[in-house]
Ligand binder design. Structure first.
Ligand code: AMP
Length: 202
């Protein structure tokens, strides 16, 4: 099973991907987490990515495509994986299809998390307030102005991927405005197929 979790920043992709990993025993691949780890380790990729990420822009396609191409060869990906935050451009989506095709694989479902903009902004403000309350560092790209820029990048560069997957019949929408457990249940329903129809007769 190869899943793409798709949605704007702060739509809950990370939370749901972590649950999918446990519930369906597949790997969770977050390019954002991998880039933040590269920054923390001070690698060359991390050094290049930091300023771009802090500004809310996209890291170059070749960098993230290279990261994913390497990552999916690792043993924990053999049973499948859920992509969180990748692909973010049409170029990344077609590179993903090409790398999967070379292994005779393809994306199973693209799960789109629908959340409106006002709710996204509220979530990021809460996330920053919660981090401050705990004394944790606030993600630089969760700064309100930078977050609005990330939303703009999503609309301009990432959302246009949807027709590409629509043509492939891969899109499955979930209502990301609902509570976390409810969203998980909607995703489970996609992954296990439609619930059996109730009989008309009791
Ligand atoms: P995320 O944690 O998914 O919100 O990602 C945080 C930041 O990492 C993004 O705003 C981008 O700067 C960068 N990033 C993560 N994934 C990608 C990607 N697939 N393509 C380009 N940049 C990415």
């Amino acid at each position: 099973m190869i899943l793409v979790l798709f949605g704007p920043p702060a739509s809950g992709k990370g939370t749901q991907a972590a649950r999918i990993k446990v519930r369906h025993a597949i790997a969770h691949l977050s390019t954002g987490d991998m880039l933040r780890a590269a920054i923390a380790e001070g690698t060359e990729i991390g050094k290049k990515a930091k300023a771009i990420m802090d500004e809310g822009k996209l890291v170059p396609d070749d960098v993230v495509i290279g990261i994913i191409a390497d990552r999916i060869t690792q043993a924990d990906c053999t049973k499948g994986f859920v992509l969180d935050g990748f692909p973010r451009t049409l170029n990344q989506a077609s590179a993903l299809d090409a790398m999967l095709k070379a292994k005779a694989l393809s994306v199973t479902h693209v799960i789109v998390m629908d959340v409106n903009e006002a709710e996204l902004i509220k979530r990021v403000e809460n996330r920053a307030a919660e981090a401050r309350r705990k004394g944790d560092p606030v993600r630089p790209d969760d700064d309100p102005e930078t977050f609005k820029k990330r939303l703009g990048v999503y609309k301009a560069e990432t959302a246009p991927i949807l027709p590409y997957y629509e043509k492939q019949g891969k899109i499955r929408r979930v209502d990301g405005m609902k509570p976390v457990d409810d969203v998980t249940a909607q995703i489970d329903a996609v992954l296990t197929g439609p619930a059996p129809r109730k009989s008309w007769f009791r």
